[in-house]
Each structure stands twice: as C-alpha cells, then as structure tokens.
Design a protein around this ligand. Structure first.
Ligand code: CUA
Length: 373
C-alpha cells in the first residue's frame, strides 16, 4: 500500500513527528557549526604554522585561565539548552489532550488486537484484529500491552514506538493529518513469527471515521442465508465437528452480534472488510483478487487470497510458524512445546467456513479500505 512517506526525518503529516524533527534540528545545526569551527581552526593552524614558514620556535606559554573557563562554559550552555528543548518536547508529546480518541493495542504471538474502549457493544467493545482504524487531525491515545511476551508497537508514520509489555500499560498519543494506509510492525523480537506480526493503520478523515465507528458499534453479523455455504460454515464455526475432533472456531474467535465470543484469537467481526490475512502475511485482498486463482507475485505465500484463506483455515501452523491456531487437516502441531493433534475438516467444509467469514462485512459506507490511496 502507499502512504509510506519518509521525508527527511519521519512522516511530517504527523504532529508527533513534526515535534521530533523541530527538536532535532537544533542539535543537528549546532553539530554542523561545531564541526565547521573545529575543522576550520585545525586547517588554519596546520597551514598557518607550517614548519617551512617558521624558522623560530613558536611562543611558549603555560595555562590560560580565561580560555579554559570559556571552553568549559560553552559546552555546558549548549548541553543545557539542548536538554531544555528535549524536555519541552517530551512534555508536549506526553501531555494527554482532552479530545484524544482511545485505542487499545494488545500484542499476542503473533498478531494484534485493536479495540475502542469508548465504543461499547454487547459483550465488550468494538474490536478488530491487525487493522487499526483511526481518525485524521485528531490525537489518538494508544494504550499498548501484551498477553504473552514483550512486543513492540511501531507505526512510524503516525509517530512514536513503544514496547508492549505483559502486565503493563503504556499510553501515548499519535496522530496524522493525511488519510492513508500506513504500515505497522512488531518492533521487538518475540518468537518464530515476529516478522509475521504486522498490522495496518488506516487513517480516515473525520466523516469517514465517524461512519466507520458508528457502523462498527451498531454492527451485528449478518445471518447466513438458509441452505447456503455460509450457513453450513456458520454451523461449523460455532459448533465444530465433534466426530473428527475439529474444535469450534468460536472457542477462540469472537464475531460481534453472534454467540461466538472466544477471546484467545483475533476478533473476526469485520473479517470480510479486512484486506490482510494472518497479521499482514497477505495484503490487498481486494474483491477482484478474491476471484483470482493465479499467483499473487508480491505475496509472501504464493497463491491467491481464496487459496490463502483455505490454507490458513486448514493448517495455520504450517503457513505461519508459531501460530497457535489448531490444524484442521488432522496433522500435528506444537503449542508451548507440547505436540497436539488437529481435528479434521474436509476441503468442502473449510470452504464453507471461508464463505461464512467473507460475509462478515461492514456496510459499504463504513468500509474503511474504500478508495484510500
Ligand atoms: Cu511481536 Cu515481534
């Protein structure tokens, strides 16, 4: 996706990054001045006092109190000045603004859960996996933590990296003026799929943001049409298949407005609206691409979105090292070093579940991906 702009030092559409740049210009300018002064003095001295220009020994003296005082005071004043600037920026960046929107970002091995604590719905709050939607031109107060190991929240375009630490909440404010999709990464080595722990930040102008959050709050997953593949998928999703040991998806996944209330996997309420899969292993699953069957050359996994989703449901730990999702092809996988045996679903049953997942869509006007460069 576009929207990755690194101009000099950080994306200047973000007030956070602008503050950092303004603060950094002073040490940079002073460094250049001092470098020019010191190297100028050096070149002058070397040239002016070359041996072949002086027969006599240079003037001999010892100690110069005034010069020594100046040489101590100048750096002290510079360092004090710079620390005042740094403290001022720290205070500005860490002062909570009254109008900030709260978002919680919880890191898990190996995905992110984003939730909106002020948008209450039955059984919780509005939550999405791996795609963080935020408004533009408004500060967003991110609180990050982790439920397993230390992760790192880092979406450079909106400003500010923080460690996501189990049992700790770190809150700071990010922002951007530009409506775009930005890349986020886990910035702390956290296990086998650290590099597959990516997310998208989708910044929407206020009217579109409002449309999204209102629709997300009012959202109830659509009831599948009787007799459709999606309906069969819904039954498997919520009940599993006891005869072959296939655990119900709803044991781990939540779908807003249904009985599926699992908390240990990503919230799938808006799965059909998302354009990433497997915490950013796939990107840009546009409706057109869903119909394609050929290879996506830029995809880390070399097949179409439909085939990717099928493979994902069938044997997630095979396509993503360290994934804690069970296998549904009967194969073995490990959770915390313990070997588990997956349940068994047929390819047709897996496609039914995929069909159900693709119906989980926000209304068109709330589709946060629509038309964003
Ligand atoms: Cu989570 Cu690296």
């Amino acid at each position: 996706m576009n929207g990755q702009q690194f101009i000099f030092m950080g994306d200047q559409a973000s007030g956070y990054n602008r503050e950092i740049l303004q603060m950094s210009l002073w040490p940079l300018a002073l460094s250049i001045l001092i470098f020019l002064g010191v190297s100028g003095a050096l070149f002058y001295t070397v040239n002016r006092f070359r041996e072949d220009r002086h027969d006599a020994a240079p003037q001999q003296f010892h100690g110069n109190n005034r010069l020594e005082v100046v040489l101590v005071l100048v750096p002290v004043v510079i360092v004090l000045g710079l620390s005042v600037l740094a403290v001022r920026s720290l205070v500005r960046l860490n002062t909570a603004s009254a109008q900030a929107l709260s978002v919680e970002a919880v890191g898990r091995q190996f995905w992110w859960q984003f939730s909106y604590p002020t948008s209450k719905v039955a059984g919780g709050v509005v939550t999405n996996g791996n795609e963080m939607v935020m408004p533009t031109k408004q500060r967003v107060s991110v609180t990050t933590s982790s439920l397993d190991v230390v992760h790192g929240f880092w979406a450079p375009n909106i400003g500010g990296q923080r460690a996501s630490i189990p049992g700790s909440n770190k809150t700071w404010e990010v922002d951007t003026d530009r409506q775009a999709v930005y890349q986020g990464n886990c910035s702390q080595l956290c296990g086998a799929s650290h590099s597959n722990m990516r997310y998208k930040v989708i910044a929407l102008d206020q009217d579109r943001w409002t449309a999204f959050i209102n629709a997300a709050t009012a959202y109830t997953a659509p009831t599948p049409e009787p007799g459709s593949a999606a309906e069969r998928g819904y039954t498997l999703f919520t009940q599993g298949k006891a005869s072959t040991g296939a655990v119900a998806c709803s044991a781990c996944h939540r779908v807003q407005g249904t009985s599926a209330g699992g908390q240990s996997g990503p919230d799938l309420s808006f799965f059909g609206t998302r354009r990433t899969l497997g915490a950013g292993m796939w990107e840009a699953m546009t409706p057109r691409q869903w119909e394609e069957t050929e290879v996506q050359p830029h995809s880390p996994l070399k097949f179409s979105p439909a085939a990717a989703l099928h493979a994902w449901i069938k044997h997630s730990p095979v396509v993503k090292p360290g994934s804690l999702m069970p296998r549904y092809d009967g194969g073995e996988y490990k959770i915390n070093g313990k070997v588990q045996k997956g349940g068994l679903l047929t390819d047709a049953e897996i496609d039914d579940i995929a069909a159900y997942l693709r119906t989980l869509k926000l209304p068109e006007e709330a589709d946060y991906w629509r038309g964003i460069p």
